[in-house]
Write a protein that binds this ligand. Structure first.
Ligand code: ADE
Length: 399
């Protein structure tokens, strides 16, 4: 990923040489270039601001240095690409922008080129945005409901949030698994040794080794925290009933579930078939009998909400690995964290001796691949299964 930042204080961006971002630059994963906007001024004083039309307090950033700077950067990006390339995204930090979120960070982490334009004073002449839109996908983005003196600090925050989601930047992707805001809930509390510290013990449940119970406890903690600390997030998640899944809603699938499971499987895999231009996928060619037979081979769980089967996942021991498969969520309820919940549920049932969870998915299943990556899985290989390109993924589990 290449990141360009235009600012009148490029030295403000020195922290981008440090820590994870600095290391990623050294490793060639990240190319960060800070530019001084004054390099594109033409007058003796290198001035970048002027008084506002219509009167009012403060100064406004002149359009021409921005036009020159943005053109120069866009030309340079285009020059580094042969033929077609994605339009670079131009992010202009400002308190009147769209709110920066984890979801936006994840989306921006996929972009090959990000350009940040740091405004100062009362802001940038509005016409610059229209001008920039000719070559950039322009986004005005705010960190929150408060006013900073300029965009530089906001750029540091955004770059840190984005860059850690770029594949390869964080070696241990597992640490990205369970994070606040990934699915609209805050994270659960964490503890380390010693078990008793200054008369304070860690919650007993964490010492039991009962991973299914720990999974449920952590989920409850996330719900409680979100309700107490972020009622704004809570009211949004409250309306999503699936966020309130409890372990009791999940049952081991019984032969009598086969018909319903077949229907849900087909409903979920039609999109996969479309994405891969193939309806020969095994999941689309099951019968009630074959589904019933698979129940003997795999431990299969079904998730119900008010009686309706809304999701399922299965797992089995495969050599030394815990193999997870057929993770499905009803199409109308996708994108709400139910898949992650089911995935963690299946992971938490891995037998004690297992150190690695493996699964595979269609190579074109972008959504699945993103979800698994966020859940700490790494691609370990690729193959073809009945004419469909597949990616194999694995994740180490810590005990
Ligand atoms: N620049 C000034 N205030 C800002 C904010 N709240 N977010 C992003 N950029 C800003």
């Amino acid at each position: 990923m290449r990141i360009d930042v235009l600012s009148i204080f490029p030295e403000y961006l020195a922290p981008l040489d440090l820590s994870l971002i600095g290391k990623s630059r050294e490793r060639g994963l990240l190319d960060v270039r800070a530019h001084n906007l004054r390099d594109w001024t033409t007058d003796r004083h290198n001035s970048v601001d002027d008084t506002p039309y219509g009167g009012g307090a403060g100064m406004v950033m002149k359009p021409e240095p921005w036009a020159q700077g943005l053109d120069a950067v866009a030309d340079d990006i285009a020059g580094n690409h042969q033929g077609d390339h994605e339009r670079p995204i131009l992010i202009v930090p400002g308190p009147s922008g769209q709110r920066f979120t984890q979801k936006m960070a994840a989306e921006l982490a996929q972009a090959p080129n990000l350009v940040f334009a740091c405004g100062r004073y009362e802001g940038i002449d509005e016409r610059v945005f229209d001008f920039a839109a000719q070559r950039y996908d322009v986004r005005i983005v705010s960190l929150g409901d408060y006013v900073l003196n300029g965009g530089e600090v906001a750029v540091l925050a955004m770059v840190e949030a984005i860059v850690r989601l770029v594949p390869g930047v964080i070696g241990n992707q597992e640490s990205l698994v369970e994070e606040s805001h990934e699915d609209g809930l805050l994270e659960y509390p964490v503890y380390t040794k010693p078990a008793v510290w200054r008369d304070r013990g860690v919650p007993e449940i964490l010492l039991t080794g009962n991973h299914a119970a720990i999974h449920t406890w952590r989920h409850e903690q996330r719900l409680e925290r979100t309700a107490a600390r972020r009622p704004d997030l809570w009211s949004a998640t409250q309306s999503l009933r699936p966020q309130r899944i409890e372990s009791g809603d999940v049952q081991t699938a019984q032969p009598a579930d086969a018909g319903e499971l077949l229907t849900l499987t087909v409903a979920c895999y039609v999109a996969e078939g479309r994405d891969h231009d193939s309806f020969g996928l095994p999941a689309l060619n099951e019968t009630t009998d074959s589904v019933r037979e698979a129940l003997a081979e795999w431990t299969t769980w079904v998730l119900r909400s008010q009686g309706r089967m809304i999701g399922s996942v299965r797992a089995r021991l495969s050599g030394h690995d815990w193999e997870i498969g057929r993770l499905i969520v009803a199409p109308d309820l996708q994108g709400q964290g139910i898949g992650r919940w089911l995935l963690e549920f299946a992971e938490s049932h891995a037998p004690e001796q297992v150190r690695s969870v493996v699964l595979f998915t269609g190579a074109n299943s972008k959504r699945n691949l993103t979800m698994y990556r966020k859940a700490g899985y790494r691609v370990t290989g690729a193959s073809e299964h009945l004419g469909v390109p597949t990616k194999h993924l694995a994740k180490r589990i810590s005990r």
